[in-house]
Design a protein around this ligand. Structure first.
Ligand code: NAD
Length: 284
């Protein structure tokens, strides 16, 4: 009750808006600080118990650097998709409690039940603990991790994932097949793949460009992937079936028990993907 107000910088944006809504539904007094509101910033910050930064990735550090005037006990948090640099910028700008968060979901989730929020401690855990508990009340699961380890994992989980999706989409656009026919002929797993690829292109290209370009490690990882892709293609050009099978078995060993677990887990998804098919009557 004695928190004061919450200020969400970039709170009119896609993900910021979700958090503004959740805080307001839980009874907090929330102010939004948007691009044109900086003249009024000092007045907003004066009463703030929590400031959340939710601006485009490439502006995050510059905006955090402007936050030197927050009240001493105010919690400073961000929800940027990368963690090391924003966390360091927050620790430099503010002497009070600091926490880096990364919601592992997009703005289109209906609610936060079972959604994961990554938490990177900055300082003053006991002072921001209430925020983690509030997000747990919303149903989220908090995953504590070191910022550097988070960023390394995101090279695979986000940068390489989104990049390969982007390239597959670009490849489809160049080949220009009839999408409806692909869907009509699709196996459940292909339908799911097409949905996963297609949904990227319904979203904001700047966010994905910033995620992929966030670190040189991402580009180096993508380069290694591209080289392995070409090696595999060359193996096929040599008609090297034995080589293919040997590689397959090597990967299968690496996955170990996870591959059978994934087979089980994906079965339900595929049944659902098949169930969701909408057959178009070609006569209409
Ligand atoms: P967005 O572009 O929809 O929102 C950003 C907001 O910041 C906009 O309302 C914009 O007007 C505002 N803004 C820009 N410049 C500003 C300034 N100088 N001062 C104040 N506000 C300013 O982007 P988003 O998708 O909501 O992403 C916001 C953050 O959330 C990013 O750091 C991103 O990494 C993170 N994030 C996004 C997703 C996602 O799927 N969208 C998922 C996880 C994390």
């Amino acid at each position: 009750p004695d928190l004061g107000r919450i200020v969400v910088i970039g709170g009119a944006g896609k993900l910021g808006m979700l958090f503004v809504r959740m805080f307001r539904l839980s009874g907090y007094q929330v102010d939004i600080l948007e691009q044109g509101d900086w003249d009024n910033a000092d007045a907003l910050f004066a009463n703030a118990g929590l400031v959340v930064v939710s601006v485009p990735i490439n502006l995050t550090e510059t905006i955090i650097a402007k936050l030197g005037c927050l009240p001493k006990d105010c919690v400073l948090a961000d929800i940027t998709s990368i963690k090391s640099k924003p966390l360091q910028a927050m620790l430099n700008a503010h002497q009070g409690p600091v926490v880096g968060l990364h919601p592992m979901f997009g703005p289109d989730v209906g609610n936060l039940a079972k959604q994961v929020i990554v938490c990177c401690d900055g300082r003053g855990k006991e002072q921001y603990q209430w925020l983690l508990e509030q997000m747990q009340i919303w149903g989220a699961r908090i995953y504590d991790v070191d910022a550097k380890q988070h960023d390394e994992a995101m090279t695979l989980i986000q940068a390489l994932r989104h990049f390969t999706t982007f390239v597959y989409g670009a490849h489809l656009a160049e080949e220009n097949p009839d999408i409806q026919q692909l869907l009509d002929l699709s196996s459940p797993i292909y339908r799911l793949e097409l949905a996963m690829v297609g949904r990227l292109f319904a979203q904001d290209p700047t966010l994905y460009a910033d995620i992929i370009l966030a670190s040189d490690n991402n580009v180096a990882m993508i380069r290694r992937y591209a080289e392995r892709f070409m090696q595999a293609a060359e193996m096929l050009e040599r008609n090297d079936k034995d080589g293919f099978i040997r590689s397959f078995e090597m990967v299968s060993d690496w996955f170990g028990d996870y591959s059978t677990q994934f087979l089980r887990e994906s079965r339900n998804l595929l049944l659902q993907a098949n169930d969701n098919r909408q057959f178009v009557n070609v006569d209409n």
